[in-house]
Write a protein that binds this ligand. Structure first.
Ligand code: BGC
Length: 258
């Protein structure tokens, strides 16, 4: 059946205890994949993701790992292979943002944003592909980037630097990993209704200004993004690599400074 198009696949999703990561993990599980649910500190959220996957008849494993730490990254990949004997799909989803005027950004906040959003995908992808190359098996890497891998986001300079880096990382790795039959693509969501946006969602004037910039007139949902991730993970996307898939209701084509 078409809704089980990921049957037999093993997927790792970083930052899967809430928001887009949780939605993707549940969707991949529903489509037949066994899912390794990574969380950093929100164990209750991770448990909820597992519960939803199992309720849909899927298999899942919960692993605590901070993707900005290399030891944790190795633990995540090792736990996957120990439990399921392989890994086919990596979704680099874990992300953070921290708004501040550029001239106020501290080294600590800069490091936190770059470590989670760029160093994490860099080294988690490295650990993921090392195993695939060793065993000569194909793979899929899907990075959850942002429209801000390309579009300005004033007062979020560190976030833009990280997401811009993630765009070039994807392009570079598509060339290096293509001969190993490993595809690499980015999903660039716009404004999606998730916890990362809590401040915005609670600020009606700001939210309305943003909605005015979105041709489709609404925020995206986690399910909108999860459907695209499931497609990129599926056999139907076998020939797609090196691209960013923007999913933003048209925001990027219609951005206006206030
Ligand atoms: C950010 C959101 C922002 C959206 C659109 C996302 O990458 O995480 O905070 O609202 O882009 O600007």
């Amino acid at each position: 059946m078409s809704d089980k198009k990921l049957q037999g696949k093993i997927a790792i999703v970083s930052g899967a205890s809430s928001g887009i990561g949780q939605g993707i993990a549940v969707r991949l599980g529903r489509d037949g994949a066994s899912v390794v649910v990574d969380y950093r500190h929100d164990k209750a959220g991770g448990d909820e993701t597992i519960r939803q996957i199992q309720a849909a008849g899927g298999k899942a494993l919960l692993v605590q790992a901070d993707v900005s730490k290399l030891d944790d990254i190795q633990k995540l990949v090792d736990a996957t292979w120990e439990k399921f004997g392989k890994a086919d799909i990596l979704v680099n989803n874990a992300g953070v943002e921290k708004g501040a005027d550029f001239w106020e950004v501290s080294e600590k906040d800069y490091d936190m944003v770059l470590d989670v959003n760029l160093k994490g995908p860099f080294f988690l992808t490295q650990a993921f592909v090392k195993k695939l190359i060793e065993k000569n098996i194909p793979g899929r890497v899907i990075n959850i980037s942002s429209v801000h891998e390309d579009m300005v986001f004033p007062h979020f300079a560190s976030y833009c630097a990280a997401k811009g880096g993630l765009r070039m990382l994807m392009r570079d790795l598509c060339v290096e990993l293509g001969p190993k039959n490993i595809t690499v693509n980015n999903i660039a969501p716009g404004a999606i209704s998730t916890p990362i946006n809590t401040a915005l969602l609670n600020d009606k004037p700001k939210l309305n200004a943003l909605l005015n910039n979105i041709p489709l007139g609404r925020l995206g949902s986690v399910d909108d993004v999860a459907g695209l991730a499931a497609f990129l993970a599926s056999d139907e996307a076998a020939y797609i690599t090196g691209s960013t898939y923007v999913i933003d209701g048209g925001l990027m084509r219609n951005y206006k400074e206030q």
